[in-house]
Design a protein around this ligand. Structure first.
Ligand code: FMN
Length: 267
């Protein structure tokens, strides 16, 4: 697999595919990889290939992969972490994906996933080879959510308290793990992740956007899971050892913020 920085920089949402079916070899690789995917919450997640599906924003493929998880605390963060691993693996095979949590016939996908009452299917993604040109609709969607822009490093990263932005220079070895969070996909590109670095520990907070209420399925907590995935995998690659913990620190945070999780680290 390519390194995390490369994968994260190259990935973008793909909604226009070239019509070719995935090769048997690529399908096999995806299926084998799906079996190995873990998450820091230890919640089992079941992935499933869904042929012959469709959704309004996607053209040029009818293969989707969905995943389901038992209703439990932290299901969204666990799901975000795990599904993003699959997205990044697909990227390493040059297979296009796009997280879909809203623009789909949820009932049809839940049926295809054979969802039982105690299970949740937060998101799905189409899988296929990206077309050379984006559809007009896709271009408009990207413009609508400013999909090519991200907050600056200093807007999402802090040290010791939320009044002290962390500069890219001062981040040292933590630069890349945080940079790959900064470049992550998020629902409607709201980028709700905030990171605060303290002595030997990095805390992740969710800055809740308007109109994104938390429920059983919570898109912004899925975003947080994606952020944890990028941080942890990049840190590992950089030779930084991490330990996942849920230990809320006693620090002041802003209105609309919520503590999610932390990584203790050793550089
Ligand atoms: C949890 C989640 C849900 C999303 N749901 C949808 C969706 O329903 N429809 C869609 O077209 N894009 C969806 N997206 C894709 C985002 O709009 C996209 O990631 C963001 O605009 C940034 O663009 P990029 O992925 O090309 O970097 C979702 C992304 C995430 C992380």
């Amino acid at each position: 697999m390519d390194n995390m920085e490369k994968l994260v920089r190259e990935r973008r949402s793909v909604r226009t595919f070239d019509g070719r079916e995935l090769t048997a070899a690529d399908k096999e690789k995806l299926c084998a990889y799906m079996e190995t995917i873990d998450n820091p919450y230890g919640l089992p997640i079941e992935f499933k290939l869904l042929p012959k599906m469709g959704c309004p924003v996607v053209v040029g493929t009818d293969l989707y992969i969905g995943a389901k998880i038992k209703d439990a605390p932290h299901l969204n963060e666990a799901f975000g972490y795990a599904f993003e691993k699959l997205v990044l693996y697909a990227q390493s095979l040059r297979i296009g994906t796009v997280w879909i949590g809203g623009t789909m016939d949820r009932g049809a996908f839940e049926k295809a996933m054979e969802l039982s009452e105690d299970e949740v299917m937060p998101c799905v993604s189409p899988f296929g080879y990206p077309a050379k040109k984006m559809s007009v609709r896709e271009k408009m969607m990207r413009k609508g959510v400013k999909a090519d822009s991200r907050f600056s490093f200093e807007e999402i990263a802090f040290w010791n308290n939320f009044n002290q932005p962390l500069t890219a220079d001062a981040a040292g070895k933590l630069f890349l793990p945080i940079e790959t969070v900064r470049l992550a996909p998020s629902a409607v590109n709201k980028q709700p992740w905030r990171i605060i670095v303290m002595d030997g520990i990095v805390h992740f907070y969710l800055q809740r956007s308007k109109n994104f209420n938390g429920g059983r399925i919570d898109m912004q907590k899925i975003d947080m899971g994606i952020a944890l995935c990028h941080f942890e995998l990049t840190a590992k690659e950089q030779g930084i050892s991490t330990e996942f913990v849920i230990e809320e620190p006693n620090i002041l945070y802003k209105d609309g913020m919520e503590y999610i999780a932390s990584y203790k680290f050793k550089i």
